[in-house]
Design a protein around this ligand. Structure first.
Ligand code: SF4
Length: 480
């Protein structure tokens, strides 16, 4: 017998090192002990890595390696041997083995993969971050996966929450994102994660908003949201009420859909509502406090919260975007999602400090379409933009910026009050009706929508170049 040790046991490179050495030495699957509990001793079997190679390493299909990465994450103690058996057969006369779904080894590999995929899905769905007390924008989540899936799932959280610092703690491993790099460390205890925080109420409100009573199926719900995850899910406290009220909400939805739309009336009503909230000498802080009361258009209802402007009250430059996205809606802050991160990069490349800018949006609530669990951004209608225009007008009056930068056509039209041909007008200074210099450019999300590669690089450079014009005065070459 020979010994093969995979450390850590879920690591593809560690398994490949052992498997390649065994394969090159011509060691048959039945001759290898893959168990990791054998104590080192003089009588221990020879490690496969100590054997001389007698053949070259064979080429391995990419499909096999992708499957192996998932299978290794399973806790099945026989998975290392199973994968080696499959590899051995692929390299010894069965190159099409993976296409044979009736083969017992292939079937078992598919079963393990399915279980791991399901566990990754659960982790994506049920991880809940909690704010770290005393730290700005830092979050920790506790999670107990069934399998060794932290390395497989962590890249998803890195993409989804790229703009915040976070750690996911599990009993066997932790993943840490510091905003720039993803790192892994040893296991943790539940008490290393913070208990409830202020975001708990927000999660509950968010869940109430995305809960669709017309698709309520309590049996499926229990299957999809196993009870063992409940204690980490703040929204579970809202479930009994939501289930109880589902019938009434479905009836209300049907009645609402049957109502004829009266758009002009909506805009007039909106102007009245926003004006009713208007006070003498509004401050930015007062506007922010009033915004959650706005019901001037239907966008407040499905959104989690309004997203007010953010920045110094004496900022000289106001940046206006279109409307909050998924991340902004969840966190209640403008420009913190993927487009906001690209905008930050473009500002840095243009030599502009974001902390000096006042950032806001033309429309204050996130408009979206639900596709399964994903919320896809939908452009606000012209009526909704018109309904929200009063808020931007009041922000401008409170801040009195020396210059305004508009990102995207919705922002440009809201500020300039006319139709804008964005690509023709971008990158040059214009004047708003009150004389404020206005620079129009593309929205960062437009850059992200360009095909990856040369087109996106060029779009990004165009945005950074346009922003760099902020460092010159509208009518002259000097920096502000
Ligand atoms: S989008 Fe604007 S107008 Fe509509 S509810 Fe929100 S704040 Fe009010």
């Amino acid at each position: 017998m020979y010994a093969a040790r995979v450390d850590p046991p879920w690591d593809l490179d560690a398994w490949r090192t052992q498997a390649r050495a065994a394969l090159q030495a011509g060691v048959e699957p039945a001759q290898i002990d893959w168990s990791d509990d054998a104590a080192p001793s003089l009588l221990a079997p020879t490690p496969v890595t100590a054997l001389p190679p007698v053949r070259d390493a064979p080429a391995v299909p990419g499909e096999f390696l992708a499957s192996a990465a998932r299978v290794l994450a399973h806790r099945d103690p026989h998975r290392h041997a199973l994968l080696y058996r499959l590899l051995w057969r692929l390299a010894n006369g069965e190159p099409r083995l993976l296409g044979n779904a009736l083969d017992a080894d292939v079937h078992r590999v598919r079963e393990l993969e399915k279980a791991v995929r399901r566990d990754v899905h659960k982790m994506k769905a049920f991880v809940r971050f909690r704010a770290v007390p005393g730290e700005h924008e830092a979050y920790i989540a506790w999670f107990e996966p069934e399998h060794h899936i932290v390395d497989l799932a962590a890249p998803f959280f890195m993409r989804r929450f790229a703009g915040m610092r976070w750690a996911i703690l599990t009993p066997y491993r932790r993943a840490i994102w510091d905003g720039e790099s993803l790192q892994f460390g040893g296991g943790a205890r539940p008490d290393e994660a913070p208990a409830d925080d202020a975001h708990e109420a927000l999660w509950q409100a968010y869940y109430a908003h995305i809960f669709n009573p017309a698709r309520l199926n309590t049996r499926m719900m229990r299957q999809e949201m196993p009870v063992k995850y409940w204690r980490h899910l703040p929204e579970v406290h809202r479930l009994p009420t939501l289930v109880r009220e589902a019938g009434q909400r479905v009836r209300e939805m049907a009645e609402r859909d049957a109502q004829p739309t009266r758009k002009p009336a909506m805009v007039a009503r909106a102007a009245k509502q926003v004006a009713a909230l208007e006070g003498e000498g509004d401050s930015l802080a007062a506007l922010k406090a009033q915004l959650p009361e706005c019901r001037a258009c239907p966008l407040w209802q499905p959104a989690t919260q309004p997203v007010a402007g953010e920045g110094p009250a004496d900022a000289r430059v106001m940046v206006v975007g279109e409307q909050p996205g998924d991340q902004e809606d969840l966190r209640g802050r403008p420009f913190v999602g993927p487009a906001g991160q690209l905008f930050d990069r473009a500002l840095a490349d243009a030599g502009i400090d974001r902390a000096l800018l006042y950032l806001t949006n033309a429309v204050k609530h996130f408009k979206f379409e639900r596709r399964g669990k994903v919320r896809l951004h939908v452009r606000a209608s012209s009526d909704e933009q018109a309904a929200c225009a009063g808020w931007l007008r009041r922000e401008r009056a409170a801040l009195r910026p020396e210059r305004i930068v508009c990102l995207g056509v919705t922002a440009a039209e809201a500020v300039l009050g006319r139709r804008v041909a964005l690509l023709a007008e971008r990158g040059r200074w214009q004047r708003a009706s009150d004389g404020t210099p206005v620079l129009v450019t593309v929205h960062p999300s437009w850059v992200l929508r360009q095909p990856a590669g040369a087109a996106r690089d060029a779009a990004y450079r165009g945005l950074a170049d346009d922003l760099a014009r902020l460092r010159r005065a509208p009518d002259g070459p000097e920096a502000p």
